[in-house]
Write a protein that binds this ligand. Structure first.
Ligand code: BES
Ligand code: MN
Ligand code: ZN
Length: 498
């Protein structure tokens, strides 16, 4: 999709559709909406006065104006002006663009809705609108022999005068980069496991590195053996696909602190010998969503260039049953030297992350965020409304929440208490990989925390939020790309501080 910014008034616009925003309870149109209403011959104001259009958040109405230049005007409700935020703007843009795109529409235009009449600045408003529009029009249909016809090819943002153009373009750039990063993560997650093997993930990482001037290194099985990564190797043992440990490096602050994002890249989780029920097993191609979020975020970081150093680490493997697979009761030794008793081979995410976070520490990371579709228990606790966070550092969690506030993603803090660590003590080894059903989000997360030493660390469990069966606003069915934008936003926030 092409996105451009132009200084013109609606009267001069030649586009298939215009999206216009209306506030709830305002009683009158904004000056931008009034200029669009000129094309509608005053119909918009009439519909508002009659109460046919109320401006309620995400209300969508289409007007076919008696205009030669614009085929349709899509009116989106923005809610009350004093309650507007960037997330509502993303949603409004999403619902507006979906309505506008119907019926062979090629070009859609809009003012920077939300800027001016609310406290949201022009750059943030432009970013949110473009992000919402690009996220909403995403679809994964590359594997269909006959692809649905998509005509929408250009979004044009209108600006009142030349002094605003730079600011809007800045916002557009951020919005495009953020949305493309999340859409990349969605593509990786939506791809079937036979197309998205650890080898394919590593190739993707190399491609991202090339395009965004990042450094990429991929550790092979022999490297993992040399490093003693018994936990990652243990999970990979039963699979015919070779495991990969992907390391992307972005250096925006040479000599400064190093932070790491570590994402679970389980390209297919059958459960291994502790095999999962057949029903819904196909969803386990999504089990690399944490890794996909890291790759997407690294692409965004490479393009937006904050003044920080970020490592993007993705342990990638399948979890399969086989004659040589890991077995319940086996004891393996992680890179840190800790011995792990395997209770369930289906608790494999924490195993590959144990070695990956330890490797992040070895590479000098002083802050680590790991991201994983780790536990079914997370969905029981939070539904698909929130992802879970567990941390050993309140400051890091605060930064994460500040980043999430800019992306509209939701993370709920879960307790880090020693009593949960008691639940994963093993009678035969240093630790066991399952504490049973109770408190699964915490025992799973805190298991990973046992491998970061004293390093500041936060764990995000995105098991319930990585994938959705219901379309909503800018979220189509399928992979959500969750955590991608928040990780990128976190890097931007850190960058502003240094
Ligand atoms: N990948 C799963 C978690 C998962 C479940 C993600 C549902 C998305 C949807 C993970 O590897 C797993 O199997 N976890 C087990 C842990 C248990 C054996 C301690 C679980 O949640 O049942
Ligand atoms: Mn599993
Ligand atoms: Zn898994």
């Amino acid at each position: 999709m092409k996105v451009s910014v132009r200084c013109m008034v609606p009267r001069d616009v030649v586009a298939d559709a215009i999206i216009v925003g209306v506030y709830e309870g305002a009683g009158q149109l904004t000056s931008e909406a009034a200029s669009v209403d000129v094309l509608c011959g005053g119909l918009l104001k009439q519909l508002l006065d009659k109460g046919e259009i109320t401006g309620k958040l995400n209300e969508v109405a289409t007007i076919y104006p008696p205009s030669q230049t614009v085929r349709k005007v899509v009116v989106v409700g923005l809610g009350a002006a004093d309650k507007l935020d960037v997330e509502k703007l993303r949603q409004a843009a999403a619902n507006g663009i979906k309505a506008a795109a119907k019926g062979k529409v090629k070009t859609v235009t809009a003012h920077v809705l939300g800027a001016g009449a609310s406290s949201i600045n022009l750059e943030d408003a432009a970013a949110a609108l473009i992000e919402g529009a690009l996220l909403a029009t995403y679809s994964y249909d590359v594997l269909k022999s006959k692809q649905e016809e998509k005509t929408l090819s250009e979004v044009i943002l209108l600006c009142a005068g030349p002094e605003a153009i730079c600011t809007i373009e800045q916002g557009v750039k951020r919005g495009v980069v953020m949305a493309e990063a999340a859409n990349l993560a969605r593509d990786l997650v939506n791809a079937p496991a036979n197309h998205m093997t650890p080898t394919h993930m590593a190739q993707k990482a190399e491609q991202i590195a090339k395009e965004c001037a990042l450094h990429c290194e991929v550790l092979e099985r022999a490297d993992m053996e040399r490093l003693g990564m018994g936990a990652l190797l243990g999970v990979a043992k039963g699979s015919a696909e070779p495991p990969k440990l992907i390391v992307l490096r972005y250096e925006g602050n040479p000599g400064g602190e190093i932070r790491a994002f570590v994402g679970k890249g389980l390209t297919f989780d059958s459960g291994g010998i502790s095999i999962k029920p057949a029903e819904n097993m196909h969803h386990m191609k999504n089990d690399m969503a944490g890794g996909a979020a890291v790759l997407g975020a690294m692409q965004a970081i490479g393009k937006l260039k904050p003044k920080v150093n970020i490592l993007g680490i993705v342990p990638a493997t399948e979890n399969m049953p086989a004659g040589n697979a890991l077995k319940p009761g086996d004891v393996i030794t992680a890179m840190t030297g800790k011995t792990i008793e395997i209770i369930s081979t289906d608790a494999e995410g924490r195993l590959i992350l144990a070695d990956a976070v330890a490797y992040a520490v070895k590479l000098g990371a002083s802050k680590i965020v790991d991201i994983a579709t780790l536990t079914g228990a997370c969905g029981i606790a939070l539904g698909s409304v929130y992802s879970a966070v567990i941390t050993n550092c309140d400051k890091l969690a605060q930064d994460l929440q500040a980043a999430a506030a800019t992306t509209g993603e939701r993370y709920w803090p879960m307790p880090n208490h020693d009593d949960y660590r008691e639940m994963i003590k093993s009678p035969v080894a240093d630790i066991k990989n399952s504490g049973g059903r109770m408190g699964g989000v915490m025992t799973g997360g805190l298991f990973i925390g046992e491998f970061v030493g004293e390093t500041a660390w936060a764990h995000l469990d995105i098991a319930p939020t990585a994938y959705t069966e219901t379309e909503k606003h800018y979220q189509p069915k399928g992979a959500t790309g969750v955590a991608t934008r928040t990780l990128a936003a976190l890097a931007l926030l850190w960058g502003e501080r240094s």
